[in-house]
Write a protein that binds this ligand. Sequence first.
Ligand code: TRP
Length: 472
Amino acid sequence: RWNIPERVTLTPMELYEKLSAQGDKVRTLKTEKAPKPDIDAAVQLLVKLKLEYKTATGQDYKAGCPPSDGPTLQDNGPSVTEGEDLVNPWNVTTTSAKGVDYDKLIVRFGSSKIDQELVDRIERVSGQKPHRFLRRGIFFSHRDMHQVLDAYESKKSFYLYTGRGPSSEAMHVGHLIPFIFTKWLQDVFDVPLVIQLTDDEKYLWKDLSVEECHRYAVENAKDIIACGFDINKTFIFSDLDYMGSSPGFYRNVVKIQKHVTFNQVKGIFGFTDSDCIGKISFPAIQAAPSFSTSFPQIFNGRKDVQCLIPCAIDQDPYFRMTRDVAPRIGYPKPALLHSTFFPALQGAQSKMSASDPNSSIFLTDTPKQIKNKINKHAFSGGKDTIEEHRKYGGDPDVDVSFMYLTFFLEDDEQLDKIRQDYTSGVLLTGELKKRLIDTLQPMISAHQQRRKLVTDEMVQQFMTSRPLDFNY
Ligand code: TRP
C-alpha cells in the first residue's frame, strides 16, 4: 500500500511507533528541563525519523494517527520539521532571535493574514482608529473576520469570547494583551463578552489543588476587571463553578465530546495514552463557550449568534477543533483573531514563564523593580560599546525594549522615530530602555490603582450567571 523501498527494514507501523516513543522522550526531556544538548539531540533524532517516515509512507508523521488510519482533522499543530517553529498550547520554541516566523505559521495553520485591507475595513465598519495592536501587526492572523464584519454591517450582532488559564496569582504584562484588545473590541462594537477562566485546565495540567486553581481564577479576575470591562456587558466565569451549574453549557460540552475522537485530539494536541482522561476531554470545555447556547441567560436560547475569539495563536488548535465540530452539531463556526506572542525579557525565542520573576514585568512590580528588570534583563540589540553603536547602530528587530514599546507606546510617530534613531545609532540602548521604563511605570501604576478599586462584590457580580444589557 505504501511505496516502501525494498531495503527499508522497519514497516511504517514500526517507524510510527518509534517516532511516537521519540516524541514522548522529547516531551519528557522538556518537562524535566533536561540539559539543552540532550534535548537538541533527541529533537534531531525525531526530525530524522520523521524524514524516514515520510520517505517510507509518502505522508507526514502525525502524533496519534498511525499509518493505517483514515483521514483525520487537518492539523499542523504539534509536529515540527527541521527549522520550523514549534507552537502549541503548551510549548512555543523558535531558534530565531526575531521570534516566531508568523507568516509561515499562517500557512501552516491555514489561517488568513490580517492585511491592510482588513485593518482598513475594521476602521470603516467600527468608525474608530484601529487599535495599535492592529496597526502594528500584533494581531496578525484571523479566521472569518470578514464574515463577522459582513454580518455586523447588516445589523447582525456577534459576541466576544476569550479566556485565561489561572496557573498562579502572578500575571505579567504579556497576559494583558488579549484583554486590552478585547476591551477595545467590546467598546467599538458594543457586543457581549464572555471570559472563561479555565481553573479546571490548570488543575489537570499542574501540580495544584482544585481549590488553589479556583482561588487563582478569582484573583486573576480582578486583574482582568481592572482592564476596564463593562460589568453590564461582560460575564466572567470559572469552569469549576459554571460548568456544574449551567445545563446549556454542559449540553454543549457533551455534544462536542461526541464528535471528536481520541485519535483526533492525539493528532491535534499530542496527547498520549498515559495522559489522564481529564486532559483528553478538556478541549471540549474550551470549545463550548464558542457557542451561544452555552449562555442561555445572555442569548435567550438563540443558537445562531456568531462568536469572535481574540487569542494568542498558540490557542488556535482548540479552535481548529471547534470549527471542525461546529457545523456537525448545528452551530456557526467561531471566528478568530490571533496575536503574536509577547516576548520574554531575555529575548523573543520563547514565551515567558510566570514562574521566573525576571522573565517579564509583573502587574505587581514596583516602579523600581520595573526599572531594574529592564536595565538588567531586557535583551538588547545594541552594540557592545558606545563607539560601535554610534558607528553601526542597533537592531530594533531583536531588541526586547523596542519590541515592548511596539506593544505599549501609543504614538506611531514617536515609535517610528525611536526605530530610526536606534537603527542609525543616534539613540543608545540605555536611552531606549529609559523610554520603555517611562512608558511602563505609569501604565503599571495605573493598573494597580484600578485593581485596588475592584471590590469582592464587583468580582462576585461579574462572575454571577445573569442576563447582560442586550436583547436577544
Ligand atoms: N487555555 C487558555 C490558557 O491556558 C485559556 C483560555 C480558555 C482561552 N478559553 C480561551 C484563551 C479562549 C483564549 C481564548 O491560557
